[in-house]
Design a protein around this ligand. Structure first.
Ligand code: FAD
Ligand code: NAP
Length: 542
């Protein structure tokens, strides 16, 4: 059904044909819209939520905040924006990041071209017209020359279907779909399932309110204290005075994040020296801990030194030795994403907090009154599922995407995603993914990665217009070669060796493939630049 003249955001649209349709109004979709408008293109964004911000719109759980320093986890495309926005904390809380997203939307007047509360159900390529046909959950159809999926790597939440889950008489929550009005756990008995980043941020906050909190842990995770703090005026001024320098230094770093890197091997220094380095980084806080030595993610014996240090910290902090041992991870540090916390381990010293190990015996089922484990009934008023996301491909597979000859993306990627640069895939002309599988995305500070991707896509569309092309598609050979390279670099890193969401292990039935590109931001950017310099090498243009 076609319905011209309906309300978009705040204004009326007069047509349902666009140059570019963008799906998602997180940081990626917002900047994509801004760039398209700047090029004089007619673009529209469809967003399932009723506001901008993506991750920061949905993940409103207590304690949610970024773990890349805010002054770096921010847009850099507009110098004035950088100067006028002031971050209040080293790692800003979710409300402030959402406020920033809203500020950007207002400042660049983005809302009028965003259609909120609208989920895209399908996207089909029409080979005759060289157009994409998009169908919304309201049954409306729209067409465009280009389709850009800015649907997010961590936006399709993972809710394990425990037996009895629908019978629970209390309230259940998922950290990735938190109620906008907030939740008051005062005097309640609360169960939290999961001990990933979302759980590790929310558990200390929930424990402050709840009468009793029980955490169900399947895999213990490593977490480093955030040492979060308010930013002083002087510090903010010094950043604003040299934002360009900061961004440039960050661009040279593998994670697109300016942190102190040491390329030395931990195996070549004395025990006293590496312990003192780990201690200094533990005191400083944050993910820079893993940058203490160059081989921590390359050699198990090097990794063990950092892992042992963190385990010592856990044993020093957690008073009950049995609980401390349960909290000590047994896998590679940094293999699953390193967490960053405020008072996580200390929280287990509180009398109202209990840890239940479900590593060997899974949760039996959900009961009307709580959670059954090993035949024991744990009674709750509320259960929080901090069980993560169907990462990287989940949001794309929620949409029935069909390319040339009606082939579905889901079928094509049945054995694991195949992309060229994480941005495009053969058989799906004029379709782009921002932070798609095979791009650095989740292994980097995502804001610079998002901007780089959006700039690449925008420049590509601009090149096509200037050179009279109407269709772009990656060649199969280029895609296969990129896939080989993505796997080769993944195999060098210990990160690819454990059952993490990076390899799809958290979702039953997902193929075990290391999806993000681990070769580093600078190397990726160089590759993109050389593709462009060579006339969009690896792409076929018509
Ligand atoms: P998202 O923000 O996920 O936005 C995607 C949007 O697409 C969503 O609003 C969604 O509703 C919409 N959408 C999806 N499918 C459809 C559809 N079919 N129809 C319509 N709309 C759709 N990264 C960092 O670099 N540093 C951090 O500190 C950090 N912290 C994080 C904390 C949390 C709790 C989480 C979950 C992730 C964090 N990330 C962090 C990663 C974060 O996802 C990215 O930094 C960034 O916000 C992603 O932006 P995006 O626009 O690509 O995707
Ligand atoms: P996650 O890291 O995937 O953690 C999910 C947790 O749920 C894991 O502990 C997992 O155990 C557990 N789990 C899943 N299914 C379970 C089941 N059936 N039974 C018992 N336990 C189960 O998800 P997340 O914490 O939401 O984080 C996802 C990513 O988002 C992060 O890695 C990070 O990239 C980003 N994030 C960042 C921040 C930040 O600090 N800025 C905060 C939140 C999220 P297993 O480990 O055994 O699978």
């Amino acid at each position: 059904m076609r319905e011209p003249g309906k309300v978009w955001g705040n204004s009326e649209a007069t047509s349902d044909d666009f140059n570019v349709i963008i799906v998602g109004a997180g940081f990626a979709g917002m900047y994509m819209l801004h760039r398209m408008r700047g090029m004089g293109l007619k673009a529209i964004v469809f967003e399932a939520g009723d506001g901008v911000g993506g991750t920061w719109y949905w993940n409103r759980y207590p304690g949610a905040r970024c773990d890349v320093e805010s002054v770096q986890y921010s847009y850099q495309f507009d110098k004035q924006l950088e100067q006028e926005w002031t971050w209040s904390e080293k790692y800003s809380p979710q409300p402030e990041i959402l406020e920033y997203a809203n500020h950007v939307a207002d400042r660049f007047d983005l809302r009028k071209d965003i259609c909120f509360n609208t989920r895209i159900d399908s996207a089909t390529y029409d080979e005759n017209k060289i157009e994409w046909e998009i169908v919304t959950d309201k049954g409306h159809t729209h067409r465009s020359k280009f389709c850009v999926f800015a649907t997010g790597c961590l936006s399709s939440f993972n809710q394990p279907r425990f037996d009895g889950i629908d019978d629970f008489l209390g309230t259940t929550y998922h950290t990735g779909q938190w109620p906008h009005e907030g939740v008051d756990f005062t005097d309640l008995r609360v169960g939290v399932v999961g001990t990933g980043s979302s759980a590790i941020q929310s558990i200390p906050e929930i424990a402050k309110q709840a009468k009793h909190l029980t955490v169900f842990q399947r895999t213990a995770n490593y977490t480093i204290p955030a040492r979060n703090a308010k930013l002083s005026e002087d510090y903010v001024r010094s950043i604003k005075d040299d934002y360009a320098g900061l961004r440039e230094r960050a661009r040279q770093k593998p994670a697109g994040y300016d942190i102190p890197l040491n390329s030395q091997s931990v195996l070549e220094v004395s025990k006293e020296e590496f312990k003192s380095e780990f201690q200094a980084r533990w005191e400083k806080g944050g993910t820079q801990f893993l940058a203490a030595y160059g081989d921590l993610l390359l050699k198990p014996e090097a990794n063990e030194k950092a892992a042992e240090f963190v385990k010592e910290m856990i044993r020093d902090t957690v008073e009950d030795p049995v609980v401390a041992e349960l909290l000590c991870p047994t896998n590679i540090i940094g293999c699953k994403r390193l967490c960053v916390d405020t008072d996580y381990y200390k929280t287990y010293n509180k009398p109202n907090v209990k840890l239940v190990d479900v590593s060997e015996t899974p949760i039996d089922r959900i009961l009307p009154s709580g959670i059954a484990h090993k035949g024991i009934e744990h009674q709750f008023d509320s259960i929080v599922f901090a069980t993560g996301f169907d990462a990287m491909t989940g949001a794309l597979f929620n949409i029935d995407i069909r390319g040339r000859d009606g082939r579905s993306l889901k079928e094509k990627w049945d054995g694991g995603p195949q992309t060229y640069l994480g941005l495009t895939t053969n058989g799906f002309p004029n379709m782009f993914t921002v932070t798609g599988p095979g791009s650095p995305s989740v292994l980097t500070n995502m804001l610079p990665s998002i901007e780089q991707h959006v700039n690449f896509i925008s420049d590509c569309i601009s090149y096509m217009r200037e050179n009279g092309h109407s269709k772009i598609e990656p060649e199969l050979e280029a895609e296969l070669n990129w896939g080989v390279h993505v796997n080769e670099v993944a195999d060098l890193s210990l990160r690819s060796t454990c059952a993490s969401w990076y390899v799809g292990a958290n979702v039953p039935g997902k193929p075990r493939v290391f999806t993000p590109y681990i070769g580093g931001f600078p190397r990726y950017v160089e590759r993109c630049k050389s593709v462009v310099a060579n006339g969009y090498e690896g792409f076929s243009l018509a």
